[in-house]
Each structure stands twice: as structure tokens, then as C-alpha cells.
Ligand binder design. Structure first.
Ligand code: G3P
Length: 225
């Protein structure tokens, strides 16, 4: 399973990249706005900075238009920023048409705002490279987000769809583990959830004991021969 980070924050992207486990980045208009990025020039520069930082990993950049012509125009401009840009398109009727257009024209896409298996089938039929089910938001609405990932993975494998399942709206380290368990191809997570995977109290207790014993070992005199 590939690890993407779900943020537009450069410091957080750098921290995940420095861990050596980062395969890509996803952003959305809310995450970009949170970083105070305003205006087309600043937006494009920010995407370019992210692409250069992750160096080779896919970077999802979302269109803001909701009509087909606008999505196509914007998507082409986004794709021209850097070869690793993946155009993120919402799951709507015009979005499906845009996915098909980009797929026919060799531009990579990520179909976002996916909440059902039916939507995931349409995204795959339209040739999306990635499909992004929002599992945290599904959990928030009293349904099971991980179960949806499992269902889509089952359908895609049965039908031979090549679209990669990119589990999004991840809220915890456990979400990441569960997504890995049910066959997600990619998990895009906030930095906290990724770093949360590191934590276990027995690791901390065990390490403290090793460090203490190592000190004793260094203090001991060498045995008399
Ligand atoms: O990138 C889209 C998705 O990950 C949003 O997550 O936490 O706003 O539901 P969240």
C-alpha cells in the first residue's frame, strides 16, 4: 500500500518525506485555503513546490470548476505545472465526463468525493487512475467507511478494473491499518495519523529499559582475566 499525505502544508509534507515512506500528496481546496494560498499564481507555485519536494510521487491538485468545460480547461493547466500532477475531479455527471476526457488524453486523474460502490464503478469505467472514498466522513454519518473500501476492492478485483483505491478522509492510525487489511492501494492521511503508527507504550518501556541497561554495561569494569 502506498502512503500519501493529505495536506498542503509544506513543513508536514517535508516531515513525512524525511521519514522515507512518502509516495505522494493529496490536496483539496479546503487544505489549500487553510495554508493561506490565494490567487492562481500562488496556487500554481505551491503545487510546483510540493511536486519538487516529493520528487517523483503523485500530487493531486483539485479543479475548482464544477462544469465540464471549466474542469477541462483547469485540469489541463494543472497538469502542465508538473508531470506528477494528478487532476482531482469531483464525482458528478460532468466530473465523469471530465475523467473520460482526461483518460483519453493521457492526463492522470483522481476521482474525489466518493461515498458509494456505484460511484467507484463509474469512476473506474471513466478511466480514473485513482478513486477516493472518504472513509472518515462515511464513519461520521454512521456507516462503515472501511467496509466501503473492502467492497470496492472486491468489485475492482472481480471486474479487473485498474483504478487504484485511494482511501481518503483518514482520521486515525487504525484507519490506515484497516485500509491495508482490506486491500486499499493507497492511504492518504494527515501527518498525525502517519506518526501515530509509530506509537506503542511497550516500545517506549522496552527502549527505556534497554537504554538503562546499556548505561550499566558501559559503567561496568571489564572482568579480570
Ligand atoms: O482529501 C480529501 C479528504 O481526505 C478529506 O478529509 O478529514 O476533511 O474528511 P476530511
Amino acid at each position: 500500500m502506498k502512503f500519501f499525505i493529505d495536506t498542503a502544508n509544506i513543513a508536514q509534507i517535508r516531515e513525512a518525506h524525511d521519514l522515507g515512506i512518502l509516495d505522494g500528496v493529496t490536496t483539496n481546496p479546503s487544505l489549500m485555503a487553510k495554508e493561506g494560498i490565494r490567487g492562481e499564481e500562488a496556487i500554481n507555485k505551491h503545487y510546483l513546490d510540493i511536486c519538487e519536494l516529493v520528487d517523483g510521487g503523485d500530487v493531486s491538485a483539485e479543479v475548482i470548476s464544477t462544469d465540464l468545460a471549466g474542469m477541462i480547461e483547469e485540469g489541463k493547466k494543472l497538469a502542465a505545472i508538473h508531470p506528477n500532477i494528478v487532476v482531482k475531479i469531483p464525482m458528478t455527471k460532468d466530473g465523469v465526463k471530465a475523467l473520460k476526457y482526461f483518460s483519453d488524453n493521457g492526463i492522470k486523474t483522481n476521482c474525489t468525493l466518493v461515498f458509494s460502490a456505484g460511484q467507484a464503478i463509474l469512476a473506474a469505467k471513466a478511466g480514473a487512475n485513482y478513486v477516493s472514498p472518504f472513509i472518515g466522513r462515511i464513519d461520521d454519518s454512521n456507516w462503515d467507511g472501511v467496509q466501503l473500501i473492502e467492497q470496492i476492492a472486491h468489485i475492482y478485483s472481480l471486474q479487473g478494473f485498474k483504478t487504484e483505491i485511494l482511501a481518503a478522509s483518514i482520521r486515525s492510525p487504525l484507519h490506515i491499518v484497516k485500509c491495508a487489511e482490506v486491500g486499499a492501494d493507497v492511504c492518504t492521511s494527515p501527518l498525525d495519523a502517519i506518526l501515530g503508527l509509530l506509537k506503542h507504550p511497550l516500545t517506549d518501556i522496552g527502549l527505556a529499559k534497554f537504554v538503562e541497561d546499556a548505561k550499566k554495561m558501559q559503567e561496568q569494569k571489564a572482568p579480570v582475566k
